[in-house]
Design a protein around this ligand. Structure first.
Ligand SMILES: Cc1cc2nc3c(=O)[nH]c(=O)nc-3n(C[C@H](O)[C@H](O)[C@H](O)COP(=O)(O)O)c2cc1C
Length: 371
């Protein structure tokens, strides 16, 4: 497929943005992104019968830590930047007017707390330039932290091209491009694009052309070792498992489309985050790649468990946007600080002075399903 064509949300082939951006189906993308935040903040969109699995990961208490709490070092290098903790606010939003304030607030909190951030899908910015500032707001508020750009697998599969991808990266001076893999979500969206054939070839093309690393990420259904291997073969540098057990995107789309009887059984579809991390940690014995653990993290203790399971970084979306939208910016800052304290508490109580030590801390893992 030529570099200047990609498929819009209805599966129609459209001219590339460099030629005719205003002709695309912008309003639909815009209202979808607004719906997502509203549903995630105001409705119960968590998995119902499946957990992320963090309750199965039990650190063994160390009564003689032989270190001072004040000396604990939770710093972590991500995309060339030293963060105060291995934490990222996951990719969420942009592409409509109100998203500018949300991304500015998320960016300001990440900058102040020195953690990483991802913007939401920039697909809308490929369609027209109306809401470009809603994405740029994140970088304006956070000039020094790593920020990841974001585009969907369907756009990559449709041959959006490296020129468009680089444009998204440059738009926010991103440190990486996240390609989100969301076949379940697209399937359940009334306007979804289920043309995923060609996604690996599309990723391979981007990997050879972009000046930043590529992060392949699910949105809450998880990435298996077999899927990760195919992504790594296509040239991705990082895998963010975004596993099952947190926000159910099937749930969000079921609530959005309002005919749950057809698809309700998919509400809990996906691989729990803990299972993804165990598989991918194993894969890291033979393949080199960065690993982000996300999907259903609810605290700094879950973040510590994520690091113990072999991830370089943990990430979360819904807990942070909920804090921001229901209680305000100060509550968001407080939430991030609480997670950092809880991480350091787990380090202290396992006698881990560094994240490297935490990744080897004594820990019991209950079998799946036994809780
Ligand atoms: C309001 C909202 C919008 C989201 N939009 C995107 C997106 O545009 N791109 C993406 O890669 N992930 C998106 N996600 C998925 C999150 O990045 C994350 O993978 C998922 O919500 C699981 O994490 P959680 O359980 O901490 O919410 C979104 C999540 C939320 C809550």
């Amino acid at each position: 497929m030529p570099d200047n064509h990609f498929t819009d949300a209805d599966g129609r082939q459209s001219s590339g943005t460099e030629q005719s951006p205003e002709k695309m189906d912008a309003p639909r993308t815009t209202s979808r992104k607004r719906d997502h935040v509203e549903l995630v903040v105001h409705r119960d969109v968590a998995f119902r019968a499946k957990s992320a699995g963090f309750e199965r990961v039990e650190f063994v208490h160390n009564a003689v830590p032989e270190l001072n709490f004040a000396d604990i070092d939770s710093r972590s290098v991500f995309l060339g930047h030293t963060l105060s903790a291995p934490l990222m606010i996951s990719c969420m939003t942009g592409g409509y007017a109100e998203a500018e304030a949300i991304n500015a607030a998320l960016g300001a909190a990440c900058e102040r707390e020195n953690i990483a951030m991802g913007v939401g899908s920039q697909r809308q910015a490929l369609e027209n330039s109306q809401f470009v500032e809603s994405f740029r707001a994140a970088r304006r508020a956070a000039p020094s932290i790593p920020i990841t750009a974001n585009i969907g697998a369907a756009e990559v599969a449709a041959g959006m091209g490296s020129g468009n991808a680089q444009k998204l990266v440059d738009m926010i001076e991103a440190n990486a491009l996240t390609v989100h893999l969301n076949p379940l979500q697209e399937l359940l969206q009334p306007e979804g694009n289920t043309q995923f054939a060609g996604v690996l070839a599309g990723i391979e093309q981007l990997a050879g052309a972009l000046n930043v690393p590529i992060i392949a990420k699910e949105v809450g259904a998880g990435i298996s070792a077999a899927a990760a291997e195919r992504l790594l073969d296509s040239g991705v540098d990082w895998i963010d498992v975004a596993g099952a057990g947190g926000t159910s995107w099937a749930g969000v789309e079921i609530l959005r489309r309002g005919n749950p009887e057809l698809v309700d059984m998919f509400w809990d579809w996906g691989i729990p985050t803990v299972d993804c991390l165990i598989e991918l940690h194993q894969l890291r014995q033979s393949r080199a790649f960065g690993l982000v653990g996300s999907g259903g993290l609810t605290s700094g203790l879950d973040l510590a468990r994520t690091i113990r399971l072999g991830a370089d970084l943990g990430a979360a979306a819904r807990p942070f946007v909920r804090a921001l939208k229901t209680e305000g910016e100060e509550a968001l800052h407080a939430e991030i600080r609480a997670w950092k304290f809880q991480l350091r508490a787990a380090m202290f109580l396992t006698g881990s002075a560094t994240l490297e030590e935490l990744s080897r801390a004594e820990c019991r893992l209950a079998a799946s399903g036994t809780q």
